[in-house]
Design a binder for this molecule. Structure first.
Ligand code: HEC
Length: 95
């Protein structure tokens, strides 16, 4: 049993599924954006992000970070995306 698990883990790692948090989709899910904006940014309790222009999304995140755009929730959430704005925006724009 242990051996089977070890093989499964090795295969999963070689397929890259353990480094998924480094990409936009992984960050979007890991940071909890998905909880409000829905699966793949389809929209839920928070606005739809899927298919929006990547440059627009990056600007909104930076504006939430700087406080130029005010929303208590996003002013708290956006700093968590620091350094990953472009990756997350590219992922969402492609949905
Ligand atoms: C607790 C709920 C919640 C979470 C978690 C959350 N958001 Fe939001 N988000 C909102 C709400 C509500 C708005 C609308 C704010 C407004 O009306 O100005 C918003 C707005 C946005 C916008 C602007 C959309 C537009 O069309 O102008 C972007 C981009 C965004 N969120 C990205 C993210 C990202 C990336 C994450 C994860 C780091 C995230 N959000 C996490 C609730 C959330």
């Amino acid at each position: 049993m242990k051996k089977v698990l070890l093989v499964a883990a090795t295969v999963a790692m070689s397929m890259g599924s353990f480094s998924v948090q480094a990409d936009g989709a992984g960050m979007y899910n890991a940071l909890g954006c998905v909880g409000c904006h829905g699966a793949n940014g389809a929209g839920a309790s928070a606005p739809k992000l899927a298919g929006k222009d990547a440059a627009f999304l990056v600007k909104q995140l930076k504006d939430f970070q700087s406080g130029a755009r005010k929303d208590p929730t996003m002013n708290a959430m956006a700093p968590m995306a620091l350094g990953h704005e472009q990756a997350i925006a590219d992922f969402l724009a492609g949905q």
